[in-house]
Ligand binder design. Sequence first.
Ligand code: FEO
Length: 164
Amino acid sequence: MISKKMEEALNKQLNAELFSSYLYLAMAAYLEDLNLNGMASWMRLQSQEEYEHGLKFYEYIGSVGKRVKLEALETPQFEWKNPQEAFEAALAHEKKITKNIYDLSDLAVDEKDHATRNFLNWFVDEQVEEVASVTVIVEKFKMVSDSKNSLYLLDKELGKRGQK
Ligand code: FEO
């Protein structure tokens, strides 16, 4: 049995994951508009992953006998100064999500809710991976600075995500 407070916190995180999906889709549209289709494709895959994260919360809330409560999603940002800034914003967002997950885990520990803490462990690991992968991309942007050739190559590289 999970507490009302935990139920609300899990629903809030479900919203945050769906917002992440929405935000990355907005970034994909921005990158597509710049004809950076490889980067846009990376963001679309990221958006899909976030939707799946949202579904994990959806399923967990149901599995502990609680009801999912969907709330309105915030309007995501529409414009960025350049692609690097969009990826930097994605990194900052992932760090914020990591903090949310840690706060949720802390709450689960405080409430001796071991099932929820166990459920959240997957997200703790996932956040390490997500922050690491976006950090690598941001570092690559810093290396290539404003060179158009390098941007083209980075676009190509990111477009390979999800391909065999
Ligand atoms: Fe679901 Fe990228 O956090």
